[in-house]
Design a binder for this molecule. Structure first.
Ligand SMILES: Cc1ncc(CNC=O)c(N)n1
Length: 220
């Protein structure tokens, strides 16, 4: 059994928004097969742009893990995430041709721009390692929980969308998210009250950005 740490208490405390992010109508529509393909194409284009902005964020987490962490394994965990982003960008490009989406013409929507700006602010050296790790975990965990839901028993996920679901819903990604959560949890155990308050705030803001991100797909 995993030890229940401060992150689990935050998930419970902010359960309604956490569920809004991990069981969003768009994700539920993938799982029940009612998904509107224009919504999926919108999500695909926006998420490709997001991921391109996420790479420098993960790179900054990697640098911080190498410099500031007492645990040498932190860097290896983040490096694993970085490596999967490399595959992910190739996957996005294959999906774009499959769904006839031209990434060169996709314009980032407001929610996407705001999320990317938020990530850029977290890359500042003023942000504590425990806070940046909490954000990193929350970003990955929302996708893991959302897409794993589309693969759980009873799903009617259309076969052409199972690739997306496996990308973030597979057991390896779940393990990786759990490793990132353990790193964040370990850092938070030793954090000051001020750092804890900042990390909780960043956790909630990540979840809010994720909800707003899913909402973009509604526009089709
Ligand atoms: C908006 C958003 N949040 C989290 C992820 C998952 N991390 C990397 O792919 C993602 N692709 N997009």
């Amino acid at each position: 059994m995993e030890k229940r740490g401060v992150i689990d208490t935050w998930i419970d405390k902010h359960r309604s928004i956490y569920t809004a992010a991990t069981r969003h109508a768009f994700v539920v529509s993938i799982r029940d097969g009612s998904v509107d393909l224009s919504s999926f194409r919108t999500w695909l284009g926006q998420d490709y742009l997001f991921v391109r902005g996420f790479v420098p964020f993960v790179a900054s987490v990697l640098i911080r893990a190498g410099k500031e962490s007492g645990e040498s394994s932190d860097m290896e965990v983040v490096l694993g995430g970085m490596a999967s982003l490399n595959d992910e960008i190739e996957w996005f490009k294959r999906e774009a041709s499959k769904w006839d989406v031209d990434f060169s013409t996709v314009v980032p929507q407001k929610a996407n721009q705001e999320y990317t700006r938020f990530l850029e602010a977290l890359m500042s050296s003023d942000v504590k390692y425990s806070v940046i790790m909490t954000a990193f975990w929350a970003i990955e965990a929302v996708y893991q929980e959302s897409f794993a839901h589309c693969l759980e028993d009873g799903n009617k996920t259309p076969v052409e969308l199972t690739g997306a679901c496996h990308r973030w819903g597979n057991d390896g990604f779940k393990q990786y998210c759990s490793s990132v959560k353990n790193i964040a949890g370990r850092c938070l155990e030793n954090a000051s009250g001020e750092a804890l308050a900042e990390a909780e705030d960043v956790f909630v803001r990540v979840i809010e950005h994720e909800v707003a991100f899913w909402e973009m797909s509604r526009g089709g």
